[in-house]
Write a protein that binds this ligand. Structure first.
Ligand code: LMR
Length: 394
């Protein structure tokens, strides 16, 4: 039966991870996959996570199943972290999912159940798994412009022009903060005007929140999103704990649906549980339990927020350092946008052959669209990196 299968298209992020792993050069630089790194190049287990694991080991007496929607404490704590008090809890259906990817998948499946004719609009560019999952679940996808190649900021006019095609009931997928892959974020007033636009169109926002706390702060990063969901009758939110809790391999995430009223939220919740059941039954517990403990136990929470702030400040410092190194090397300020971007990524705007030359000649790995993982920048090698960039003719 399997002879009919064709090789699937490669995911460019995963393909680059494999290329990097196979490169024998010892001075290679990994700016590819979005994984936080400290100044030693390690991705540590966060301090609060270690302490929560110790406590959990002491108190946990069973590994029996929890529930189709996962750990209720986790779901409630994540709702508070992401949504705050933007909407009443009774209007929110929430489910624990395997990572943020699992949340994206479950929400798209829910859209297909509720309105299979909806078009899902996503930014060009976006995280490559967005269009892949939209297509996989059989929904129609369309792109809207997002990135201004000149300014390396948000192309608000292009975005608005493309979104003119949005029909009532369509879904517009947005990044809650720290846009992946560009690093260019929507300002509060952009969220405001988009909210008005979506309201007029009776369109539904779906917000992928994979980097809360990596931009300007836990609250600042969700200000725009919260104002949007507070003003509209419906919204979908996919939250990930991979990056801000450093729980990558534990697969911790949550899917939220803001419904127009509590009755609809209840039925939606049942549908999320049913979708979990057919896709994987119960979501994995360990990481979610840790997150629930960290968010609920004050000492763990304080420690987590402090370490998250250190990580964020390190990335902001690296942004500034790279912008300064490029200013020195290019004698211009045309790369200053790197310090205006937020989150883990910046799209530098290099042609693919320059990205390839950096890999071949200098062992510098970035995604083909010239997305760099800022956390992977070598603290003491920014000048070398800037020289390499200039040498390939940026
Ligand atoms: C990334 O964009 O590099 C991360 O979100 C990892 C992934 O799954 O692609």
């Amino acid at each position: 039966m399997f002879e009919v299968l064709n090789p699937p298209p490669a995911d460019k992020i995963i393909a680059l991870m494999e290329l990097y792993a196979a490169d024998p050069r010892t001075d290679k630089v990994d700016l590819g996959v979005g994984v936080y790194r400290d100044s030693e190049g390690n991705t540590p287990v966060m301090r609060a996570v270690k302490r929560a694991e110790e406590r959990l080991w002491q108190v946990q007496t069973t590994k029996a199943y929890v529930g189709l929607l996962g750990d209720r404490d986790f779901v409630a704590a994540m709702r508070e972290l992401a949504l705050g008090d933007a909407v009443p809890a009774e209007r929110v259906a929430g489910a624990q999912t395997p990572g943020g990817t699992g949340a994206v998948r479950q929400l798209l499946e829910l859209i297909r159940r509720a309105r299979p004719e909806a078009t899902v609009w996503y930014s060009d560019p976006t995280w490559p798994n967005h269009p892949a999952i939209i297509q996989h679940v059989g929904l129609k996808g369309r792109t809207y412009r997002y990135f201004d190649a000149e300014t390396r900021g948000v192309d608000l006019a292009g975005m608005r022009a493309d979104l003119e095609g949005v029909a009532p009931g369509d879904v517009v997928l947005l990044h809650g903060c720290c846009h992946n892959p560009t690093g260019a974020s929507l300002a509060d007033e952009d969220w405001g005007s988009l909210t008005e636009f979506l309201g007029e169109r009776a369109a539904v926002p779906m917000i992928d929140l994979a980097y809360q706390g990596f931009g300007d702060g836990l609250e600042a990063d969700v200000r725009g999103m919260r104002a949007m969901i507070a003003a509209l009758p419906e919204a979908l939110i996919a939250a990930s704990c991979s990056k801000n809790f450093g729980l990558y391999r534990e697969w911790v995430g949550a899917a939220f649906v803001v419904a127009a009223d509590p009755k609809v939220a209840k039925v939606t919740s049942g549908n999320l549980a049913a979708l979990n059941r057919v896709n994987f039954s119960f979501p994995p517990d360990h990481g979610a339990k840790l997150v629930a403990m960290i968010l609920r136990e004050p000492d763990l929470r304080t420690e987590w927020e402090a370490e998250l702030a250190e990580m964020r400040e390190r990335m902001l410092g690296l942004r500034q350092g790279l912008a300064e190194a490029l200013r020195r090397e290019t004698n211009s300020d045309r790369f200053d946008f790197v310090q205006d971007h937020r989150g883990m990524f910046s799209r530098l705007g290099l042609a693919p052959e320059k990205v390839e030359a950096l890999r071949a000649e200098h062992g510098i790995y970035m995604i083909g669209d010239s997305r760099i993982n800022v956390a992977g920048l070598p603290e003491d090698g920014l000048d070398r990196l800037a020289r390499a960039l200039v040498s390939v003719g940026i």
